[in-house]
Write a protein that binds this ligand. Structure first.
Ligand SMILES: NC(=O)c1ccc[n+]([C@@H]2O[C@H](COP(=O)([O-])OP(=O)(O)OC[C@H]3O[C@@H](n4cnc5c(N)ncnc54)[C@H](OP(=O)(O)O)[C@@H]3O)[C@@H](O)[C@H]2O)c1
Length: 305
């Protein structure tokens, strides 16, 4: 399967063929002006880190990730529903970093959206070198009190769209033998949480998928990283009953989480839990019997609802 996705020609490193260029020059077929322009173009290509598609770029962790990637010289493609917020961020990044930014408004709860985004970028000739699946939503409350449509919308954005985008953009990455995928899961992926049952389950899926792919893709040049933030000061947490009751010490800054996510992604790490206390907590959970894990999830839910 993997072999069939890789094209031999794109797989091959293509060094600048200086001897044939010199022959052409000596034959009078290339003038020195054109040669120096080609050299400049090749140098620019060699140092250009490429494009990064970031879903959920209109706020919170996604917005901070977009700023970091832009500062590192990447060309961000910003995706979310809020066109105005994306345009404002694009303007900010173009002015501060002088990088090319593309705005891609889309609603990922629409099952057609991932394919439409993939096609639009292909038509515009944009190769996605890094895919950041950050968009997500959360509903709190007893499972039976949340409308079925809300559960399904959450699953579409957190699970279905993330899977579809990963599948679509992975294929060209494999052909080029390089690429990075950063999937934003959560500390909630490590335990079932009553009153956040569907959300925690969706993040467990993201974590499992990402870890499986990171193993499956070894040796291909493409890496998949799961980023697991704990409570982070964003609109998602600020707007929740849980967020308003949290002691400030338990809440991380979105910028700090994004920085850690960026580093883990570039390093090609399979998993990164943001923050030392979250890291220790998720490490400890692995050694608890399952019945105790359920009890801890119940305590977390009761403490902050
Ligand atoms: N904050 C935390 O404590 C925390 C903890 C663990 C994990 N996370 C995860 O971190 C990620 C980012 O969340 P955040 O905390 O930064 O929250 P946020 O500020 O609310 O950001 C969520 C982003 O997702 C986008 N989004 C939501 N629904 C969408 C849809 N249907 N189509 C396209 N985009 C959509 C939103 O943009 P529009 O509204 O403009 O569409 C926004 O840009 C999420 O996956 C979340 O589950 C957060």
């Amino acid at each position: 399967m993997r072999r069939s996705l890789m094209s031999r020609s794109e797989n091959r490193a293509v060094p600048a063929n200086s001897s044939s260029a010199a022959n052409l020059k000596s034959d009078g077929l290339l003038d020195s002006n054109l040669l120096s322009q080609c050299g400049a173009l090749m140098a620019a290509k060699a140092t250009d880190p490429g494009s990064v598609l970031i879903t959920g770029a209109s706020s919170g962790i996604g917005r901070e990730l977009a700023k970091i990637f832009a500062a590192e010289g990447y060309h961000p493609v910003l995706l979310a529903r809020s066109r105005d917020k994306l345009q404002q961020l694009a303007q900010e990044l173009k002015t501060s970093q002088g990088t090319k930014v593309t705005v891609m408004p889309a609603d990922l709860s629409d099952p057609e959206a991932p394919r439409a985004v993939f096609e639009r970028l292909r038509e515009r000739g944009i190769d996605v070198d890094i895919l950041v699946n950050d968009a997500g939503l959360m509903f709190e409350g007893d499972f039976a009190t949340i409308a079925l449509d809300e559960h399904l919308r959450l699953l579409h954005v957190n699970v279905v769209a993330l899977t579809a985008l990963t599948r679509l953009f992975l294929e060209p990455m494999l052909r080029r033998s390089r690429g990075r995928i950063l999937n934003v899961a959560s500390v909630g992926a490590f335990l079932p949480i009553p009153s956040l049952a569907t959300y925690a389950a969706s993040k467990a899926y993201v974590l499992s998928l990402s870890e499986a792919l990171s193993e499956e893709l070894k040796g291909t040049g493409v890496t998949v990283t799961a980023l697991c933030p704990g409570f982070t000061n964003t609109a998602m947490v600020r707007g929740s009953a849980r967020g308003t009751r949290l002691p400030p010490l338990m809440v991380m800054d979105a910028k700090a989480v994004a920085k850690q996510g960026y580093s883990a992604c570039i390093a090609g790490k399979a998993l990164h839990v943001a923050g030392l206390s979250n890291d220790l907590a998720t490490w400890g959970i692995q050694y608890l019997p399952r019945s105790l894990v359920r009890t801890v999830g119940g305590l977390v839910a009761r403490q902050w609802t």
